[in-house]
Design a protein around this ligand. Structure first.
Ligand SMILES: Nc1ncnc2c1ncn2[C@@H]1O[C@H](COP(=O)(O)OP(=O)(O)O)[C@@H](O)[C@H]1O
Ligand SMILES: CC(C)(COP(=O)(O)O)[C@@H](O)C(=O)NCCC(=O)O
Ligand SMILES: [K+]
Length: 249
């Protein structure tokens, strides 16, 4: 079996594939390395032979996780690293090592599936967009705060914005003007994200007309899914790129 990990700033997304990479045996999200280990131990008949991972966390935190996996399961994880080009895509950053590895793998995965120009939007702790031209040239992208960061900034830097997570979820069932603090904040932040996404779409149209595909991924993709009926929602897009970055043989 193969263990795949995507360590974002908020959550570790994990899944276990059958040895032939054909199917997903188990999958989940974990808050911490400890929670990940408990979830893995609970997978029936777990027999890990390989592991690959991508992390945007600190080098220390990533190394700690690699060490834990080696100790507990005897696997040495392949960690995706920065590259100038991969899977037909050329990294567009001035310094290719500075592009977030999650962005890199998501856009490599998207280009692999689109085989043409694509716009990749990842809604997690941060929201990122990346533009890849039909010839595989990465044009660059944008980073802005995601939903968790926007709401926490408001909660932390004001005196009277206070509400719990359950109320937040409820508030997003509509986007009409808020009639309570929680509705006003959650809907306001959600509209900011939609405005960002709309701008990305317009920019892609300026570059490529109608000749591109939009990919949505990340834990908060559902917040904007409705405004992009033609987008491909691919929750495991980073894992598609990860398999290209760390092939088994
Ligand atoms: N099972 C879950 N547990 C917690 N948050 C979740 C879950 N599923 C989706 N989310 C949402 O995903 C967001 C985090 O997205 P994610 O793409 O995992 O971020 P990151 O890659 O930065 O860790 C959270 O803001 C939350 O709204
Ligand atoms: C932009 C990010 C913080 C997004 O992280 P995420 O929301 O997926 O946890 C991450 O890709 C990152 O640390 N990037 C390095 C800076 C850059 O891409 O320019
Ligand atoms: K992200």
């Amino acid at each position: 079996m193969i263990l795949e990990l995507d360590c974002g700033n908020s959550l570790i997304k994990w899944r276990v594939l059958a040895q032939d990479e054909a199917g997903v045996v188990a999958a989940g999200v974990a808050d911490s390395a400890e929670q990940l280990l408990s979830a893995l131990v609970a997978v029936p008949a777990l027999a890990l032979r390989h592991s690959r991972m991508v992390s945007v966390r600190s080098d220390e935190e990533t190394a700690h996780l690699v060490a834990l996996l080696a100790e507990r399961f005897g696997v040495s994880a392949c960690s995706a690293c920065a590259e100038v080009s991969l899977g037909g895509v050329r990294n567009g950053y001035e310094d290719y090592r500075r592009l977030g590895l999650d962005r890199w793998l998501a856009l490599v995965g998207a280009y692999h599936q689109a085989r043409g120009a694509c716009l990749v939007i990842d809604l997690g702790t941060a929201v990122t967009s990346d533009f890849v031209a039909a010839d595989g040239g990465h044009l660059g992208g944008f980073i802005c705060p995601g939903m968790p960061l926007m709401r926490n900034q408001l909660r932390t830097h004001t005196r009277r914005i206070r509400y719990d997570d359950a109320a937040a979820e409820e508030a997003l069932h509509s986007l009409t003007p808020g009639r309570s603090t929680v509705e006003a904040v959650e809907r306001g932040c959600s509209l900011m994200l939609r405005g960002f996404v709309q701008t990305q779409l317009e920019m892609a149209q300026e570059y490529w007309g109608a000749d591109f595909q939009t990919f949505l991924t990340g834990g908060d993709a559902a917040l904007v899914e409705g405004m992009l009926p033609d987008a491909r929602v691919v929750p495991d897009l980073i894992f598609v790129g990860l398999a290209i970055a760390c092939p088994l043989s």
